[in-house]
Ligand binder design. Sequence first.
Ligand SMILES: NCc1[nH]cc(CCC(=O)O)c1CC(=O)O
Length: 355
Amino acid sequence: MSELNPSNPTPRRSFTIASRASKLAQIQTNIVRDALQAAFPDLEFKTSFMSTEGDKNQSQALYLLGGKALWTKELEVVLKENFVDMLVHSCKDVPTLLPEGCEIGAILEREDPVDSLVVKEGLGYKSLEELPEGSVVGTSSVRRVAQLRRNFPKLVFLDVRGNLNTRLAKLDAPDGPYSALILAKAGMVRLGLGHRLTADLHPPTLFHAVSQGALAVEIRSNDAKALELCQALTHWETQYKCLAERACLRVLEGGCSVPVGVDTVLEVSGTGEGKLTITGCVTSLQGDSHVQHTIQGDVQSTAQAEELGTKLARILIDTGAKQILNDITKDRASKVVQESLKEKVQVAGAGEATA
Ligand SMILES: NCc1[nH]cc(CCC(=O)O)c1CC(=O)O
């Protein structure tokens, strides 16, 4: 393995940008590649795509697969081994704690971060309110289910997995169970599927995921050249918002994916400064308890943005989120035990069949 030597006098001229292999991931990577190529026309930028554990395991509920690192872990290995130089992720899929030696080099300008309702082809419903009692709504996000159960107890929420095109195919299948899906607007827009969005779901109906709608570029912490290139991509307003949201989640989650929603506004008062207003919420899985708080502060640096997010998380924890998060941890532990028992029973069954 050739070690990258930061003091090597020969300047690097070629950079490889990698991501997952899904269509959306490829589109996102091409956005980053094009932006880098425009800013640095004399350098060469290549792309490389690989499918990850998260793409392969589509049967088990995300909630039980444990942590979001399954989208990023394997890519980080090839980054650390110098096979590639930059990783492009949906910022919301990036764990709040990165492995030693990796860091976020850039956060690009955010698309609209809201979630949207997508109604099955041929059904005329225009909103969640219009869906008849008992309609099945597909989403694999505990955040969406928790918040929407609260407001729409008449609806049934069912897991739906796969990349966006797979999920849409499951929605539109004539004999499929789903009447609608809830998806992030940004992904649909980037895929050119904006015409399928039926309605946007804004707070207080639904608070979006931390960092939803933004792209992040991950680099090796010791790669000064990659960091310099990344700086040309960073949209500081988005960076402040996303880093504040990520700091809030980092305190709340303790390593697991939790039903945390946010909504963040930055009133810009000059370059690199403004007033940041973040609302955060934590909702129980059944939607019966919900803690919400809004915090505001002037920020002039990413560190101050993160401080505000951290403070928000502490207030949420002190005002009821702790109880909700403890209950979720217990629930997950018992479900994991049930799943492993189910597997054992299946293995035993298979043994008998072949005997
Ligand atoms: N959970 C999967 C995921 N990760 C990133 C996006 C696209 C939106 C984004 O970039 O934030 C999606 C799809 C979705 O949630 O509907």
